[in-house]
Write a protein that binds this ligand. Structure first.
Ligand SMILES: Nc1ncnc2c1ncn2[C@@H]1O[C@H](COP(=O)(O)OP(=O)(O)OP(=O)(O)O)[C@@H](O)[C@H]1O
Length: 225
């Protein structure tokens, strides 16, 4: 579970997050929505411990996000909007490389599980330079899933991907169980298809809705239908 209480973040005189309080629970897929510049990255960076929390508190699975205590880091995985893969390496080699960056030895069973979950097992021995954008994104997702963290933070996971590729990613997200997922999105159709909730950020304030509640209101800033 993600729990944020009275979080304030500002840059100079500009308040970006103003007394934000929200909880995101297990088995929820919560879309993080707001106009460009609303503070979505600031919120995500706060959750990941990349921006120090000076006012307010964040806890991840009951563990406070602080620099001193790093145990919470093992329970949260993050897929940035843009990430680097090695084009000359195969999908499997890329996965192994990233697995070995976090652990001494890559766990081949977990690699297989992650690649199968994104339907890339059959393409594991293909060089990544021949992957489509959708396949690249699914490989990024597999690298994120490898850690088997209970909390996933996904930054615009379908950005720049064609409708078919997007559908495949959404299918992967729908197939995940017992996770707490926060994904930033500008697409109303994908929010409708996979999300249970919406965290709407507007002028520093954050409100949480069920998707149905959100669709019934006029809070459509930062959204494409
Ligand atoms: N390091 C920083 N220094 C100063 N201002 C910043 C910094 N990071 C973000 N900001 C400002 O904070 C506000 C929120 O930025 P943020 O990147 O969190 O928004 P966002 O919702 O993620 O935007 P986008 O949808 O364009 O990615 C913006 O006005 C931005 O210019």
């Amino acid at each position: 579970m993600i729990k944020v209480e009275h979080l304030n973040q500002s840059f100079g005189k500009k308040t970006v997050l103003d007394n934000v309080t929200i909880e995101i629970h297990k088995n929820e897929i919560c879309a993080l929505v707001g106009r460009n510049g609303a503070g979505k990255s600031t919120f995500i960076n706060s959750l990941l411990g990349l921006l120090p929390v000076k006012q307010g508190a964040i806890s991840i699975n009951g563990m406070e996000v602080t620099k001193k205590n790093a145990a919470w880091k093992r329970t949260i995985a993050y897929l940035p909007e843009k990430f680097m893969l090695y084009p000359m390496l195969t999908g499997l080699e890329n996965m192994t490389f990233f697995a070995e960056a976090v652990e001494k030895a890559a766990d081949l069973e977990r690699i297989e599980r992650a690649l199968r979950s994104v339907s890339l097992w059959d393409d594991r021995n293909v060089q990544v330079k021949s992957y489509s954008k959708g396949m690249l994104q699914r490989l990024g997702l597999a690298i994120t899933l490898y850690q088997e963290s209970s909390i996933l933070i996904l930054d615009e996971p379908t950005s720049g991907i064609d409708p078919m590729g997007r559908k495949e990613i959404l299918e992967v997200l729908k197939s995940l169980h017992d996770k707490t997922i926060l994904l930033s999105s500008h697409h109303l159709d994908e929010i409708r298809q996979v999300c249970t909730h919406v965290a709407y950020l507007n002028e520093g304030k954050m409100e949480k809705f069920t998707v149905e509640e959100f669709l019934a209101t006029h809070h459509l800033g930062g959204i494409e239908s």
